[in-house]
Design a binder for this molecule. Structure first.
Ligand code: B12
Ligand code: SF4
Ligand code: SF4
Length: 184
């Protein structure tokens, strides 16, 4: 329950897309914990909800996973489907990918807190590997398991496994392509 603990530790609030949003960086942050055997003075919980009347994420989600504010239907979320789902997609699920082959950031791309405050990381380990940004659908589909193993060594993207990635590319390649919103 990292989002709940982060809110209690004063880092921010859970937005209507359910991710934790910080005032300073928006929601494109990872959450982590350090376990200590030292007594610390706790910070105050973050008590505000700064979503206000905005509903941009709810409107932008293409699958209906955010049909209700602050609640996610994980089974309809592209992130779940492309990373965690095992086995083939049903025809309905295959039509939901919107061009994404690993994870989905649509609800966070449209969030005004990210549009205004998100900053690229300076952490080298988080920068995308070059081939990922230049691969075409055919490159992905032509990638054998050995190459996949080599190229994605040490990457979180391995979580989808080789078969899952190929399944995702097939389904996403056939669907409408994703367009990032223009900034501002
Ligand atoms: C399971 C999981 C998923 C699932 C479900 C997502 C979800 N929103 O629940 C799937 C696979 C869909 C997913 C997707 C993504 N995830 Co994820 N995921 C997790 C994980 C491993 C566990 C979350 C969880 O289920 N916790 C347990 C439940 C019980 O907690 P909870 O949902 O917060 O619910 C509590 C309250 O919110 C409240 N509550 C919840 N529902 C309701 C309903 C009612 C009626 C009420 C009263 C209360 C209530 O009560 C609960 C108990 O206090 C966390 C890491 C972690 N260990 O916490 C990352 C985590 C949440 N994921 C993260 C990320 C980055 C993503 C993606 C952006 C990845 C991507 N690019 O594709 C997407 C975003 C999708 C989205 N819109 O949320 C980050 C979020 C960072 C942030 N700023 O918040 C986390 C924290 C990982 C990390 N360490 O950085 N994820
Ligand atoms: S990550 Fe994508 S599919 Fe999941 S809730 Fe956000 S916009 Fe919807
Ligand atoms: S898009 Fe709007 S409603 Fe959704 S989390 Fe961001 S501020 Fe909140």
């Amino acid at each position: 329950m990292e989002k709940v603990w982060a809110q209690r530790a004063g880092l921010g609030w859970q937005g209507k897309h359910t991710n934790l949003i910080t005032r300073d960086y928006g929601s494109w942050v990872f959450l982590g914990e350090i376990l200590l055997d030292v007594e610390l003075e706790p910070d105050s919980p973050f008590e505000e909800d700064l979503c206000g009347s905005c509903t941009a994420c709810l409107e932008a989600c293409p699958t209906g996973a955010l049909s209700e504010a602050y609640r996610i239907d994980a089974g309809r979320c592209i992130s779940y489907l492309t990373i965690e789902h095992r086995g083939e997609f049903s025809p309905e699920q295959a039509g939901w990918l919107n061009g994404w082959i690993f994870g989905c950031d649509i609800c966070q791309e449209v969030c005004p807190w990210n549009v205004r405050f998100a900053r690229p990381t300076v952490e080298q380990a988080f920068t995308p590997r070059e081939f990922i940004t230049s691969f075409s659908v055919d490159d992905w589909l032509g990638l054998g398991e050995e190459c996949w193993d080599e190229l994605l060594r040490g990457s979180a993207a391995r979580r989808a496994r080789y078969n899952g990635l190929v399944r995702n590319v097939r389904a996403a390649g056939g669907g409408p392509s994703h367009q990032a919103p223009s900034s501002g």
